[in-house]
Write a protein that binds this ligand. Structure first.
Ligand SMILES: [Zn+2]
Ligand SMILES: [Zn+2]
Length: 752
């Protein structure tokens, strides 16, 4: 289509198309002259791409492109008549793509449910109804004599002044859609959205004044007033509340008020499977239309929940990290529960932090955001100190529950059997005698993390990873927890043929076995990824403990995620040492959060709790601060260590990872990448970025591939991000990168 001389060239469409390339693609409008006006940003279109065809989303209409005219192709067709993504959501997605340097096509299309990604139509929200217009009511029946389907539609609508839904229309014979479309074009019928859900809510019904709502205590009321006072503007709050202090009550109250004003609230939670009670509580206390988004949904369920959030019929949208990308018709509030939790960071593919993105989104929407945690991340604590977040505190446990006492058990030189010291064993025995429940935390599942030959020292290692195989006694297998490799246990040492193979170290299974021998009358249950794989298994264990049937519960960090165990009065942490000396600079922070969260499960009822922490390093300074002065002081101490080491949040990091079957190949690519970064730094005086490495990853080999990494560090965000875009463009063209799998992680949470 060559425009006549003098005519202005047609506008172009800049389109997000799923592809590993970090850019959008320009297209000409459709060639079909009957095609409606140029599709607006946010509209899905079908485009020719490579040798095939793909579904993309229009980002913007532009007048200029760097692509030569003759290479531009027209789009095939527009899929939506009106944009499926509003401009707010679209610009938020583009921001996320820019910031985390992930291809915009994958980010934008990834935000759509599978059916929409595949080009299927957006289903009607179920609330769209059709009715006759005044012209349609006056219509002389004779005019439809030769259009029996239209006559049938008219007859149906004439008897229904409130309108009919699509499914009622679908009961008509034949092509009712075509008939309705023709009648709509003539102005005889019209579609309208019936107001449901949020709009129907009278403020006094949902303001939280019903008698069944517990009255907030003074601190809760202050927190509620602060967040509610910020409605309609961006402000970020950190609700720092000890476990059991009633953070959820604060969320519920602010959500109820937000919804009563006709706005939607989005609540992000770490893992729905592990914390079903927050969803249950929202449902029970706010009888509002709710959309719940998590990985366990079927495609159809996800699509319906997504559509309900988008069209505003869901008042509350609850979900795990990816829910942050869901469009909202009338956003009013964002809540991030357990904001410190690592699961808000996606660790592969599009590596984003849902916590950080929710804050950005709240800012773009001009609404408040509330981050809650009993153990705020060091980033959040630092943001409170710097005045970027407003700190709110709940220091009292609700209903007068008592704060547990925390004691460190020095394991050095103590009798110690299967991971349990005599002191801990005595405490367990006492508890069981009183009819109270015990919770024991072990940081590894399986039976034992190491199988070693007592004669020669041979260890069962994974052939494909730099890791030991974990011994699972119940199944009699060795398993690698990094690549899922599995094999049988040898009868004798493969090196020296000695049969004396010993299991070293502690896993949950082994602790359970040992406890069963020691406390044969107690019911002992286990909660870890192995024991809860079966659907409903976790719920079964939780039910048993709530019913008082379980005496001792042994589990991994899954236990730290928000469960309430009111009759647990003793919590034992079998080994706190792993976190104190982890390879990752966040190890101590995670260990502290875990200890406090697990400890918070004790004594939530009227009985005081006791927490015993076993360690070989009772004098570790951070552990001492944590136990003696609490999490806040631990945070200050840990932050000052980070400041001295120029680590986040006092610097910004981006980690380039590369892996290949051959070590040299991964390292050669990283060397090239380092040289390019250095070149950029040398030629741009204002860019203060350090390239550290490349070095092998802490676990150098995983699933048969060698892994290396290059760290970019800067005191400030802007220069780092100024470097990343042009640098990545260069990396995409590097020859050494061709047979290397590589990825960039902005603000990495793990260095492994
Ligand atoms: Zn041996
Ligand atoms: Zn492995």
């Amino acid at each position: 289509m060559i425009p006549p001389p003098g005519a202005s060239p047609p506008r172009l469409l800049r389109i997000a198309v799923p592809s590993p390339l970090r850019r959008a693609f320009d297209y000409l409008p459709a060639e079909d002259p009957r095609a409606p006006a140029l599709p607006l940003p946010g509209t899905r279109v079908r485009v020719p791409f490579g040798r095939g065809s793909r579904v993309g989303v229009v980002l913007e209409q532009v007048d200029h492109t760097d692509v030569p005219r003759q290479r531009l192709k027209p789009i095939t067709s527009a899929i939506d008549e009106t944009p499926i993504l509003d401009t707010h959501t679209l610009s938020f997605l583009r921001w996320a793509s820019d910031y985390f340097h992930h291809p915009v096509g994958e980010v934008v299309l990834g935000a759509l449910p599978a059916a929409l990604r595949a080009g299927k139509p957006l289903p009607a929200s179920g609330e769209t109804r059709w009715r006759l217009t005044p012209a349609g009511q006056r219509l002389d029946g004779e005019r439809l004599r030769r259009a029996p389907r239209q006559a049938a539609v008219r007859e149906l609508l004439a008897g229904q002044p409130g309108g009919v839904t699509r499914s009622e229309l679908a009961d008509l014979e034949g092509d009712w859609r075509g008939a309705v479309a023709k009648m709509a074009a003539r102005g005889w019928v019209e579609a309208f959205e019936e107001s449901v859900g949020v709009q129907k809510f009278a403020p006094d019904e949902s303001l939280g004044v019903q008698k069944s709502w517990p009255a907030p205590n003074e601190e809760q009321q202050e927190a509620i007033d602060a967040v509610w006072g910020a409605r309609g503007e961006f402000r970020s709050f950190v609700l720092d509340g000890v476990t059991g202090s009633g953070k959820t009550e604060v969320y519920l109250s602010v959500i109820a008020r937000t919804v009563a004003e006709g706005r939607q609230a989005m609540v992000l939670i770490p893992e729905i499977g592990l914390t079903p009670q927050i969803v249950a509580r929202l449902r029970e206390r706010l009888s509002l239309p709710m959309a719940v988004l998590h990985s366990g949904l079927s495609d159809g369920e996800r699509l319906r929940a997504w559509a309900a959030a988008r069209d505003g019929s869901a008042a509350v949208v609850v979900g795990t990290r990816s829910a942050v990308f869901t469009p909202l018709a009338r956003p009013g509030l964002f809540v991030i529960d357990e904001e410190h939790d690592g699961s808000f960071k996606q660790q592969d593919g599009f590596r984003y932090s849902a916590r950080d993105l929710a804050i950005v989104r709240a800012r773009q929407c001009g609404v408040p955001v509330l981050l809650g945690s009993a153990t705020p991340s060091l980033e959040s604590l630092n943001n409170i100190a710097g005045g970027r977040h407003e700190g709110l505190r709940l220091s009292r446990r609700a209903e007068g529950a008592l704060v547990p006492t925390v004691e460190v058990l020095d394991l050095r030189g103590q009798p110690f059997e299967e991971g349990i010291s005599q002191k801990l064993a005595n405490a367990i025995e006492h508890c069981l005698g009183e009819g109270e429940q015990v919770l024991l935390f072990v940081n590894r599942r399986g039976y034992a993390p190491i199988l070693i030959c007592h004669a020669c020292g041979w260890q069962a290692d994974c052939a494909r990873c730099d890791a030991h195989m974990v011994y699972h006694r119940a199944s009699g297998r060795l398993r690698c927890h990094h690549c899922a490799a599995e094999r049988g246990v040898p009868d004798a040492c493969p090196e020296c043929a000695d049969p004396d193979l010993r299991a070293l170290g502690l896993g949950t299974q082994r602790v359970v076995d040992a406890l069963r021998e020691r406390f044969p009358d107690a019911r002992i249950d286990r909660v870890d990824r192995d024991s809860t794989r079966r659907k409903g298994a976790l719920q079964g264990v939780l039910d048993a403990i709530h019913a008082g049937e379980t005496n001792i519960l042994v589990g991994t960090q899954m236990l730290a995620k928000g469960h309430h165990f009111p009759n647990v009065t003793l919590v034992g942490i079998l080994d706190a040492d792993g976190g104190l000396f982890g390879a990752d600079f966040r190890a101590a922070e995670r260990m502290a959060q875990l200890l406090v969260q697990v400890a918070g499960r004790a004594g939530r009822g009227q009985r005081p709790g006791r927490v015993l922490i076993q360690t070989h390093h009772p004098d570790h300074p951070l552990l001492r601060v944590l136990v003696r002065e609490g999490y806040r002081h631990f945070g200050e101490a840990a932050l000052s260590e980070r400041r001295q080491a120029a680590l986040p949040p006092f610097s910004c990091l981006a980690l380039l990872r590369a892996e290949a079957p051959q070590r040299e190949r991964a390292m050669a690519f990283l060397e090239d990448a380092r040289a390019r970064a250095q070149q950029f730094v040398d030629t741009h005086e204002s860019v203060h970025v350090q390239a550290l490495g490349p070095v092998p990853a802490p676990m150098e080999r995983r699933a048969g591939r060698f892994r290396g990494q290059l760290l970019l560090q800067s005191d400030e965000r802007a220069p780092l991000h100024g470097l990343l875009s042009p640098w990545l463009e260069e990396l995409e063209t590097l020859k050494s990168g061709r047979r290397v799998r590589w990825s960039l992680d902005v603000d990495p949470q793990e260095m492994l």
